[in-house]
Write a protein that binds this ligand. Sequence first.
Ligand code: IPM
Ligand code: MG
Length: 356
Amino acid sequence: MRRYRIASIPADGIGQEVIPAGLQVLHALAERSGDFVLDVEDLPWGSDYYRAHGRMMPEDGLDTLKRFDAIFFGAVGDPELPDDITLWGLRLRICQGFDQYANIRPTRVLPGLTSPLREVAPGDIDWVIVRENSEGEYAGHGGRAHRGHPEEIATETAIFTRAGVTRIMRTAFEIAARRPRRLLTVVTKSNAQKHGMVLWDEIAAEVAREFPTVTWEKELVDAMAARMVRHPRSIDTVVATNLHADILSDLAGAVAGSLGVAPTANLDPSRRHPSMFEPIHGSAFDITGMGIANPVATFWTAAMMLEHLGEDAAARRLITAVEQVCADGVLTRDLGGNATTAEVTAAVIAATRGAN
Ligand code: IPM
Ligand code: MG
């Protein structure tokens, strides 16, 4: 029997609803497969923990997390607390502390969903955005001076290191090489930003030599945004900086029909640390506690976690079940349906039992 230790951190808002739903589905899959189990430990960290303890997670939180094979994360963000505390105190602390430098964001139009793009049908979009997750515009490098005075200044310096760019480029080429089209688009803004972005282009060309089976091309980020809308079928795997990929992945979620279904994996591909799997949507306080949050992003994220753990068959079974449930029209309100979180979860569990 294969055993995996999973740290569950539902954290804030609808994270408290979608993570339990995801765990139910994961346990059902493990039970059906009969050859693996998940030992889940629930860690009550997040904004409520902050209100009680003055920090988002215990000081030795990373030491606790180190012992796990993967982290299943809900959402972070609270209307009463600044992002500087919530986001940096939990999610980014884990991402940076564990050097989860590759953020993987797949996008597909699931059956039953409607893209706002007139000519796009399910199956037409199948992208993977590889986001640099450890440096770039999110490096936290910069500062402020002359606070409150007319000459006040703030700097926000993007950091691009040869090591950081090389490793994300390699991850992106590896992913592209495993996909049927073997096509990678390297996104930059090297016409305007002539240092860091030019380094990206140079390193892309170097790493490309290690992957002769992958066709690669360069695209500027503004042109890429237009291409995602005008020629979505021309895209497969995309690699971009922390900020560029952040923006493009929201656009990707929108053209796929809903950000409510978009998953993500924060990976340490070297496997020195546990990787973290989360839905992209965030804490969604407007619908928290109503039982109507869309659990599909969490299920998809759970499938990515299973794949990372090496449970490919269970991952495929879960994706097939989600597609079937969406195609059957069991959809939450954000997708135009009226199913509750619990109803979608029950339907997906039933479908995993039926699927081979
Ligand atoms: C995302 C989010 C976050 C990010 C925010 C909440 C800081 O937009 O995961 O895409 O930009 O990393
Ligand atoms: Mg974002």
